[in-house]
Design a protein around this ligand. Structure first.
Ligand SMILES: *[C@@H]1O[C@H](CO)[C@@H](O)[C@H](O)[C@H]1NC(C)=O
Ligand SMILES: *[C@@H]1O[C@H](CO)[C@@H](O)[C@H](O)[C@H]1NC(C)=O
Ligand SMILES: *[C@@H]1O[C@H](CO)[C@@H](O)[C@H](O)[C@H]1NC(C)=O
Ligand SMILES: *[C@@H]1O[C@H](CO)[C@@H](O)[C@H](O)[C@H]1NC(C)=O
Ligand SMILES: *[C@@H]1O[C@H](CO)[C@@H](O)[C@H](O)[C@H]1NC(C)=O
Ligand SMILES: *[C@@H]1O[C@H](CO)[C@@H](O)[C@H](O)[C@H]1NC(C)=O
Ligand SMILES: *[C@@H]1O[C@H](CO)[C@@H](O)[C@H](O)[C@H]1NC(C)=O
Ligand SMILES: *[C@@H]1O[C@H](CO)[C@@H](O)[C@H](O)[C@H]1NC(C)=O
Ligand SMILES: [Cu+2]
Length: 570
């Protein structure tokens, strides 16, 4: 009787907490109008595609548990979709956004309302276009506070700000990618990196608008750093200030102190920063982490200014130059390794220990020989080739007349197949001197099918084909645990014993070490068609992607919702 009562009262408590959480959950409605807007940067004005005329676009600020309804109207001249990067989209795959994967694009003149709920995620995410290279200028922050009335797992910060690191071309980014697709060569590198849309003091015509982050002596502030650059992993540092990392990709972390961050495109990192230095101005700076060899890259440095409110006012006409931090060398992989090895979940977590699906995916660039009907202007890759990229030797090609999710849901054949290989079709020394005969992958639209609830492990293995490189691999619809990473070829005999199955970090994007590997685990509990791709847009353009199709489970609560009525059709 006693224990029954105890059971009942804990059940009532659980129901009460659930109901009060639901009662507090809010609905946030937004209008996003996407249109060409004149934007002046680096002395020149371009008609950039923006949301509501803003660059970066509007910030979505919500509590865990809230629902969003965002009506996107496309007044630009390009096909468009928007992805809510890192939002799990549980059963709402129709709102995920990648073009031809979960929806057909919103065509010029059309609208679509993305509806989804934030379930169990707290910290920082972001949204961006997921069609062609529109995300160069179509992006913004998603700030997720704890559930209404719940605390942060650290003292409440005095101020809360975000820094969106972006990448700017002194050109139309869509022309840049179209030119690369035509010529088969590498796309032009960017002309600047930006912080909240501004390049900062070190670039021409830019110092008027450098982004300022205020701080007061003694206070501790939360800074949410987001890498929204298209093609470049970035180091980030602040002169004279340490950072305490407390979260990444909207999952909390065991706090650790560092003076430099590295973020691959797609990744976010939340840090606490304390005003413990003499009141003054300090540069916050970001520049490239470049792991690929013999590849041109944008080697410029973007800055914002950490400015103490009590900083002494300079005499009229005198300007105080902020203090500049040292940044790691562009190729400082050792710093990246020690930074990523510091990541832990705050406490013991439930990592799948028995695995139903053990997968091994190689991540490769490649070079296709020039097709006989192509002229030399269309084969501008190294030695008259065309660049390509692949996972397990499959170079992913998007459908162009329907989305994979629609084809899956309605059982339409001929759009994709489910024979994506669980292992590399050819085993070779992935990180050695790879024979040229292995450099040409096969184009196709192959997905890998997972049963609902299956426990999945994926080894992500970089290869040295063309060049080894640190690839930020992003999985839609899921957060995963990163249980291990290392250099060289993954060796199950020797490396499995090093897995952290106690407190590994949870993320949605893993920076796979250059010439190395990373192992991720998750439970396939979200039905749908989920693209997994390199978040360097140049690599996704070349085919570095696949799709995980997760089947429905039992009953409505384990099934994909029906498609919304306004889902764009092709
Ligand atoms: C790419 O760079 C080349 C060389 O600077 C330039 O001629 C070309 O116009 C650029 N392409 C685009 C699309 O900006
Ligand atoms: C950046 O690259 C250019 C060539 O593109 C080179 O001339 C310049 O010295 C480099 N600057 C730095 C700081 O490495
Ligand atoms: C990094 O670059 C420097 C100079 O550019 C070079 O001397 C060094 O060997 C490089 N280090 C690695 C690990 O590639
Ligand atoms: C291109 O050809 C040159 C000369 O034959 C060779 O040294 C180089 O390795 C080749 N590059 C690639 C990427 O195949
Ligand atoms: C879409 O295109 C593919 C390949 O071009 C074709 O086989 C298929 O029949 C088309 N499907 C629809 C629904 O139009
Ligand atoms: C890589 O292998 C090729 C033959 O497959 C050989 O010609 C070349 O010298 C090797 N390169 C290195 C750096 O070992
Ligand atoms: C990829 O497939 C092509 C075509 O079958 C083959 O020539 C190539 O060797 C394969 N490469 C790898 C790494 O499996
Ligand atoms: C825009 O999307 C439609 C499908 O809705 C597709 O047929 C068309 O090719 C796309 N246009 C471009 C320029 O990609
Ligand atoms: Cu990549």
């Amino acid at each position: 009787m006693e224990s029954l009562n105890a059971k009942h009262s804990s059940l009532f408590l659980a129901i009460f907490l659930l109901l009060s959480a639901l009662a507090n959950a809010k609905l946030h409605e937004h209008e996003f109008v996407v249109q060409a807007t004149p934007v002046k940067r680096l002395c020149n004005t371009h008609n950039a595609i923006t949301v509501n005329g803003q660059l970066p676009g509007p910030t979505l600020e919500v509590n865990n548990g809230d629902t969003l309804a965002i009506r996107v109207t496309n007044k630009a001249q390009y096909n468009l979709t928007i992805h809510w990067h890192g939002v799990r989209q549980i059963r709402t795959g129709w709102a995920d956004g990648p073009e031809f994967v979960t929806q057909c694009p919103i065509r010029p003149g059309e609208s679509y309302t993305y509806r989804f709920t934030i379930e169990g995620q707290e910290g920082t995410l972001w949204w961006h276009a997921h069609s062609s290279w529109l995300r160069a200028t179509v992006y913004g922050a998603i700030i997720i506070h704890p559930r209404e009335g719940r605390p942060y797992p650290f003292p409440k910060p005095h101020r809360d700000s975000f820094l969106l690191l972006g990448e700017w071309w002194d050109a139309n980014p869509i022309d840049v990618v179209r030119e690369a697709t035509r010529t088969g060569g590498a796309p032009n590198i960017s002309d600047a990196f930006t912080i909240n849309g501004q390049p900062g003091d070190l670039y021409k015509c830019s110092s008027q608008d450098t982004f300022i982050v205020p701080i007061d002596s003694g206070e501790t502030n939360l800074l949410r750093v987001i890498n929204a650059a298209l093609n470049q992993p970035l180091f980030f540092t602040v002169a004279n200030h340490q950072m305490v990392v407390v979260g990444a990709d909207a999952s909390y972390l065991k706090p650790f102190t560092t003076n430099v961050l590295m973020l691959g495109p797609g990744q976010t990192t939340d840090v606490l920063i304390t005003g413990d230095q003499p009141p003054s101005k300090y540069y916050m700076a970001a520049r490239a982490y470049q792991s690929a060899q013999n590849a041109p890259f944008d080697n410029t440095t973007t800055t914002a200014i950490l400015q103490y409110k009590s900083a002494p006012c300079p005499a009229k006409g005198v300007s105080i130059k902020p203090l500049m931090p040292n940044l790691p060398a562009y190729n400082d992989t050792n710093t990246v390794t020690s930074f990523s090895k510091s990541f832990r979940s705050p406490r013991r977590v439930e990592v799948p220990t028995e695995i139903d699906e053990s997968l091994f995916f190689t991540i490769s660039l490649g070079l296709n020989n020039c097709p006989p009907n192509f002229g030399s202007s269309q084969c501008q890759g190294p030695n008259g080739t065309r660049f390509t990229a692949s996972m397990n030797n499959e170079s992913f090609v998007l459908p162009n007349n329907i989305s994979i999710l629609q084809a899956l849901h309605h059982g339409i054949p001929g759009v994709f197949t489910t024979d994506f290989p669980a292992n590399p079709p050819v085993k070779f020394d992935y990180t050695g001197n790879v024979s040229r005969s292995l450099w040409q992958p096969v184009p196709g639209t192959k997905a890998y099918k997972l049963k609902f609830g299956s426990r999945v492990q994926i080894v992500l293995q970089d290869t040295s084909i063309v060049t080894p490189e640190n690839h930020p691999i992003h999985l839609h619809g899921y957060d995963f645990y990163i249980v291990a990473q290392g250099f060289g070829n993954f060796d199950p005999k020797k490396d499995t014993s090093k897995f952290n199955l106690v407190d590994p970090p949870m993320r949605n994007t893993v920076a796979v070490p250059v010439n190395g590997w990373a192992v991720i685990r998750f439970v396939a509990d979200n039905p749908g068609a989920w693209i997994m791709h390199c978040h360097l847009d140049v690599h996704i353009t070349w085919g570095l992607a696949t799709v995980l199709v997760v089947e429905n489970g039992f009953g409505e609560l384990e099934a994909l919702e029906p498609p919304p009525e306004d889902l764009p059709l092709c």
